[in-house]
Design a protein around this ligand. Structure first.
Ligand code: ARG
Length: 544
């Protein structure tokens, strides 16, 4: 079905010089254009002499170009038939059969608010997972919680000094954050905090009990967020699991002559790679984030034998990933080159500042999500007062708006978190695309049964069908570049083409066989748009 490839093949057999095919900016110049400036024959000569594949309807000479037009009916027949046959599976492939990819994603920190960066990691990681899955890979989504580190010494100390079970029960994360802030404000608690963390590392029962309680409560709060987002994980892991592996790592690094002592700490010197030093063990004997990541990667590789290990984490951790990937490589792990840090930029607020606080106060993710759902609900009430399941539709629209607002951008870019804009039903937004999908659903519902054959295709229809034909390639490219925005942009293009078609070509009022033919196109669009949205983690309500 790749017309370009097929045409190019036919041409290369007949033209000696290497040639390429361009896609003209506008369909009036045909579907493909052969630039002839560098060829020995003029386009007029080529037009006369070339033997063409049977899907080409005609050719035209425009300046130095020879333009090719695909037969509309043939195109429609090929594309629409395939989609109607494959339904939601359209765009799937088995490139990844028997291959596993792990994705480290979301990974918030226990006893701390779920950050906006964790939201990006959740959204982007989730989409990458779905894109890889579409191509047949086995995906393991891993939520690697920040559940170890000196902050737990502080939290335990704080809780012992001014903790209240009742408050903790009520709003665990907000309350633990308060405690944390208080301890940090009181220098006299520093030593005690260090002691408690030491005790925790040594396996002290009381310390472990409190730690576990903070962790369980936090996870319960995080799960509320994941439920709203409709994101799931295959594995919940955490830094605490890898703390115990520090000694083995230290031993191996020593054996391989990679470890140096520096002011009481143990480090791997990476200066010759321009990566500074990677600290493995602090002078007080405790492990670090990087130490745990090294142990984790080794364990993950052993457990899953993945062809790729993806870490979806903010760009501010670039150096950290470069460092520990390098250490893994120096340790002789060949697979280290298959570790990828898939990074993302910051969320900015409307004034262009880092989005973290509101009027000096921390913003809590659960509040942002609920506010967005509320806003979506208001719009839905205005637009469609009789709609059933308003709450569920509002959740889908709000989450669609947030996911799309993120995923339409190249992930490394900083993006502005602008809920009103994200929620707009017009323009390059999630709700606009969901609305387009709902429009297709509604036409199909009203239509009842129809004959699934295409007839009498016009130019508008052809444009839409061509766009439908591009979906498989968009999936492949999004996977190659680990870039969900290619899918997001595709959903927007497709929606625009569909809406142009919708306004230009009547469907339900049309006579047979055109009516059926158009319905087949609507049906194919619905399958394709809904599966593209699902690759972004966005649900498409039937009505909204
Ligand atoms: N918990 C970390 C943070 O919030 C992110 C962890 C990312 N994953 C990893 N394997 N380092 O910054």
């Amino acid at each position: 079905m790749d017309f370009k490839k097929q045409l190019l093949m036919t041409l290369s057999k007949q033209i000696k010089e290497t040639n390429t095919l361009e896609v003209p900016p506008n369909q009036t110049f045909g579907d493909f254009a052969l630039p002839c400036f560098k060829l020995s024959k003029k386009p007029e000569e080529l037009q006369k002499s070339l033997k063409l594949p049977n899907f080409i309807e005609k050719t035209e000479v425009k300046g130095p170009y020879l333009n090719f037009f695909i037969k509309k009916e043939y195109l429609a027949e090929q594309v629409i038939k395939k989609i109607l046959k494959e339904k939601e599976k359209y765009g799937s492939q088995n490139l990844g059969r028997n291959k596993t990819i792990t994705i480290d994603m979301s990974s918030p920190n226990v006893a701390k608010p779920f950050g906006i960066g964790h939201l990006r990691s959740t959204i982007i990681g989730n989409s990458i997972a779905k894109i890889c899955e579409k191509l047949g890979y086995k995906i393991i989504k891993i939520n690697y919680l920040g559940d170890w580190g000196t902050q737990f010494g502080k939290l335990i100390t704080g809780y012992k000094h001014f903790g209240s079970e009742k408050e903790l029960q009520k709003e665990p994360i907000k309350y633990l954050l308060d405690i944390y802030v208080k301890v940090n404000q009181d220098p006299s608690l520093e030593e005690e905090s260090r002691q408690w963390f030491k005790k925790l590392e040594e396996g002290n029962k009381e310390a472990l009990q409190l730690w576990k309680r903070f962790k369980d409560l936090s996870l319960k709060e995080f799960n509320k967020i994941y439920k709203i987002l409709n994101v799931t994980f295959d594995v919940i892991s955490g830094e605490s699991l890898y703390n115990a592996k520090m000694e083995a790592i230290v031993k191996e690094l020593k054996q391989k002559g990679l470890l140096k002592e520096s002011e009481g700490a143990l480090v791997v010197n990476l200066e010759e790679y321009n990566l500074g030093v990677c600290i493995i063990q602090k002078s007080d004997g405790t492990s670090l984030y990087a130490t745990r990541d090294i142990a984790l990667a080794i364990d993950r590789y052993k457990t899953y034998k993945p062809v790729k290990m993806i870490y979806e984490v903010g760009s501010e951790q670039k150096l950290h990933f470069k460092q520990f990937f390098k250490v893994l490589e120096l340790m002789g792990n060949n697979w280290a080159k298959e570790c990828v840090h898939v990074d993302h930029g910051l969320y900015l607020d409307k004034d262009g500042k880092k989005f973290a606080t509101r009027k000096g106060k921390t913003v809590f993710m659960i509040d942002i999500l609920n506010e967005t759902i509320e806003l979506a609900k208001q719009t839905i009430k205005e637009k469609n007062p009789n709609l059933k399941n308003k709450d569920e539709v509002a959740r889908k629209v709000a989450i669609g708006a947030i996911f799309y607002g993120d995923l339409k951008n190249t992930r490394t870019r900083d993006i502005t978190f602008n809920i009103e804009k994200f929620l707009d039903f017009e323009g390059d937004t999630g709700p606009y695309i969901q609305y387009t999908c709902a429009r297709a659903s509604s036409i199909l519902k009203k239509a009842g049964k129809f004959k699934q054959t295409v007839k009498g295709i016009n130019d508008k229809e052809k444009e839409l069908i061509k766009e439908l034909g591009k979906f498989p390639e968009a999936v492949v490219n999004a996977n190659k570049q680990l870039s969900p925005h290619l899918i997001a942009n595709y959903t927007f293009q497709l929606s625009q083409k569909f809406n142009e078609f919708y306004h230009a070509c009547p469907v339900l009022t049309e006579k047979e066989p055109i009516r059926s033919s158009r319905l087949a196109i609507v049906q194919a669009t619905k399958y394709t748009l809904a599966s593209a949205l699902s690759l972004l983690g966005i649900e498409a309500p039937e009505k909204m």
